[in-house]
Design a protein around this ligand. Structure first.
Ligand code: XMP
Length: 594
């Protein structure tokens, strides 16, 4: 099988490249930068990824210089491009380029650019650049600021590009990667999830032998696919799936997961009802971190309780986890497994299995899109596979709590009035939510805007201005329906009634999204219950966003007639007095409110 190695020089760039190469039908593996050139002998080509540092910065990742002497094609991307130039005698200077850039190909017959127009839009993100080429290299393209945006040494099969072909913003990035992988490295298109599945299945059989497998199934895509796969390979009698119902799931969610498996013939998913345990554990906590901590700790206790009855003897049992590729590192297992280990280090039954080295991670070499593809091939319903992500602590972090009653204090903030102008009325709300600025967490107030006619683009700009100018505001909402005149913050804790109310609103919104064909138009659509009350009841905030990897996000601009219709329906629910829409990007807001 053809194989490409991607050397990880920082961040998530390497995995993005690996994923793109696999999309071309060629198997790619990500290797850490401290691997030796001799470890890469079986590759047909090597790609050096981008990374967040400059090559001359302290602590900048390095690689084995011998990699350039292997005689194998090497493509350097961004940091990898600079590293190639730096190692081979070129010079690096400071040249900044961020975002979309016009790239002009100067060497039209470069094999790397075959079939590409001489001018195209690429995506750049760098503070340094190659300012002098190493001997033996020639320039193949440039941008306005970057003379040596791309370079090559055909004889030694070394290629470099400053921009990022792996991101979709580079319009012909995939074609460039294809030229490298299929053209220059001469790889065969011989990788697919279908034939990889055979390998995974064999690995499972070899690892498990005659033993049995225990798996915690959250209902998320990874653990769901993992459970189905194990069932298919080993048979349900040798697989024990445990789903902990924390009471923070969506409407009938736990039952739905169990039923879905039953429908495809697996009745070995056991639900452990821990609703009361979790509510009790959170108790009267109102602060987000305190709630999260209580939930995390309770999970450990519940997992211990639920597994102790099973008496998982390491001679007989293996623990399986739905770890996926971006969570793994090369040496000594996986980052994710380490996290799980700390999470379960007080769960005796699970700990015994891990200590005995009985940890199976069958989908650890797959990317999310590949896990989904495998799930479909295993016969899982699309609805299950293409669902929005859902946080571990579930609706508990979407049900805001408050320690004490508070009147609306900050009604007429002069800066706010100045920014929004006379046509918009605005107030700063007495509640707080989590946000992120730089790398730091913020915990500040939302501003609520009221307009006669919603214009998403205009409001988006106002939202940015407000959060940039008023330090105590990290989030902006626009009112959709209800009375916002006499809002008060009401003391509230996490209760079953409040969770039920949120479940109904959440279900209503998601049903409507599906009916309108909008469910897959957004990446996630949290619904948040906030104890800001008027005479009719509490506030519901809709938080649909678009994102690719959740690190950044934009609020979704859903069709206005849809939004108004849904808001009216939610306002009709008993106990809801106001419906608002979150128009904050991430940063400065986070996707979740807590
Ligand atoms: P934030 O709120 O940080 O969320 O912008 C980013 C993404 O992570 C999800 N999320 C979680 N997922 N356990 C999870 O499994 C958690 O504790 C958790 N908190 C946030 C969130 O839903 C979003 O997709």
């Amino acid at each position: 099988m053809s194989q490409i190695y991607v050397i990880d020089l920082g961040g998530q760039y390497a995995h993005l490249i690996g994923n793109r190469v696999r999309r071309l039908g060629v198997y790619a593996e990500v290797r850490s930068n401290d691997c030796k050139a001799s470890d890469l002998q079986d590759a047909q080509g090597i790609i050096l990824s981008g990374g967040p540092k400059g090559v001359k910065e302290e602590g900048a990742p390095e690689i084995d210089h011998e990699i350039f002497q292997l005689g194998k094609p090497v493509l350097g991307i961004c940091y990898g491009h600079q590293m190639m130039a730096h190692y081979l005698g070129g010079e690096i200077g400071t040249e900044r380029e961020y975002g979309f850039t016009d790239f002009n190909i100067s060497k039209k017959d470069s094999q790397l650019f075959q079939g590409l127009d001489a001018k195209q839009v690429v995506w750049n993100n760098h503070g340094d650049a190659v300012v002098k080429l190493p001997i033996g290299f020639e320039k193949t393209g440039s941008t306005e600021t970057c003379e040596f945006e791309s370079m090559e040494n055909v004889e030694q099969k070394l290629y470099g590009v400053q921009f990022h072909p792996e991101v979709s913003h580079s319009e012909h990035g995939m074609k460039l990667l294809e030229n490298f992988v299929l053209g220059i490295c001469k790889c065969e298109k011989d990788w697919s999830i279908a034939n990889f599945r055979e390998r995974i299945e064999q690995e499972i059989k070899d690892y498990v032998g005659a033993q049995k497998v225990f798996l915690l199934v959250s209902g998320g895509v990874d653990s769901t696919v993992c459970f189905a796969l194990l069932n298919q390979v080993l048979g349900p009698e040798r697989v024990y799936g445990l789903h902990v119902d924390s009471g923070f799931m969506r409407q009938d969610e736990s039952e739905k997961v169990k039923q879905m498996f039953a429908e495809i013939g697996y009745d070995n998913l056991h639900i452990y009802d821990a609703k009361n345990n979790f509510l009790k554990a959170v108790g009267s906590a109102t602060e987000p971190e305190e709630k999260r901590r209580a939930i995390g700790e309770e999970f450990i206790r519940v997992a211990a309780l639920a597994t102790s009855d099973l008496e998982l003897d390491p001679a007989e049992w293996i623990l399986a986890q739905g770890t996926i590729y971006p969570d793994t590192i090369e040496s000594g297992g996986s980052k994710h497994a380490d996290r799980i280990k700390t999470h379960h280090n007080r769960v005796d039954g699970i700990q015994k299995l891990i200590a005995a080295g009985k940890l199976l991670e069958p989908i650890k070499d797959l990317y999310k899109d590949e896990v989904r593809e495998l799930g479909i091939k295993l016969g899982l319903p699309e609805e299950m596979i293409y669902r929005h992500p859902f946080p571990g602590p579930g609706l508990a972090v979407r049900t805001l709590c408050a320690q004490q009653n508070e009147k609306l204090k900050i009604k007429n903030d002069p800066t706010l009035i100045d920014i929004v102008g006379p046509e918009i009325s605005a107030q700063i709300l007495p509640v707080k939510s989590v946000g992120v600025q730089g790398d730091a967490r913020s915990y500040a107030h939302p501003a609520l805007l009221e307009v006669t006619e919603i214009d998403w683009d205009k409001l988006g700009k106002v939202s940015v201005k407000i959060t940039n100018s008023i330090r105590e505001v990290n989030r902006v909402l626009v009112k959709l329906a209800g009375d916002s005149e006499n809002l008060e913050l009401q003391a509230a804790t996490l209760t079953e009634d409040r969770l039920d109310l949120l479940r109904v609103a959440d279900q209503l919104f998601h049903d409507e999204l599906r009916k309108a064909g909008l469910y897959h138009e957004v990446w996630q659509a949290p619904v948040v219950l906030v104890p800001l009350v008027n005479e009719q009841g509490e506030t519901i905030v809709l938080r649909p966003i678009n994102s690719t990897e959740a690190m950044t996000a934009n609020f979704a601009k859903l069709p206005l007639d849809f939004v108004k219709k849904v808001a009216a329906k939610i306002l009709n629910l008993k106990g809801i007095g106001l419906v608002a829409y979150d128009i904050t990007n991430k940063p400065p807001g986070t996707i979740e409110w807590e």
